[in-house]
Design a protein around this ligand. Structure first.
Ligand code: ADP
Length: 149
């Protein structure tokens, strides 16, 4: 069974994430959307809220589950028996950052990272831009799934 972990903060999930997840569905038998919990990081939405946004968004998709994890992503992959990590690439900065992490992860564990290139119409979307808009009273509804709106 081909199982992938899509790790991230998802603070909150955006249409950029949704695009990557939907396009990855034909590639895998199961996708675990894994919310990394970092005690030192400040989030806008609680873990419960972020989980619920994702669950509501993919309620009709049996291949998708949502979970939280702490520690190294590769250790979490081993625990749940996933051989792949899924990540999205938006720009050269993402590539440079992701390259070192993916190579390290493969060295540590043999786990392959599968990258999907962002779609043209969602490439500009990031959770941090969404948070900025929300914090300043703007309307981010075009950038997030219905469950977040
Ligand atoms: P992290 O804190 O790990 O960066 P994010 O929740 O911001 O977590 O992102 C998780 C993954 O989703 C990353 O691989 C990121 O590149 C990808 N991603 C985020 N926004 C987009 C987008 N608009 N298009 C494609 N991939 C995206």
């Amino acid at each position: 069974m081909k199982k992938a972990v899509f790790p991230g903060s998802f603070d909150p999930i955006t249409l950029g994430h949704v695009d990557i997840i939907k396009r990855a569905l034909p590639l895998f038998d199961a996708i675990v959307i894994a919310i990394g919990v970092n005690a030192d990081k400040k989030y806008m939405f609680s873990l419960e809220q972020r989980t619920q946004f994702i669950k509501d968004c993919f309620a009709d998709e049996p291949k998708i589950t949502v979970n939280k994890y702490t520690g190294l992503t590769v250790d979490y992959c081993k625990i749940i028996d996933a051989d792949f990590i899924l990540r999205g690439l938006r720009n050269p900065a993402d590539f440079e950052f992701e390259k070192a992490i993916a190579q390290t992860n493969r060295k540590l564990s043999g786990i392959e990272t599968v990258f999907l290139l962002t779609s043209a119409d969602t490439s500009f979307i990031s959770s941090s831009i969404v948070r900025d808009i929300m914090r300043n009273g703007g309307d981010a509804s075009e950038l997030v799934p219905k469950s977040v709106k």
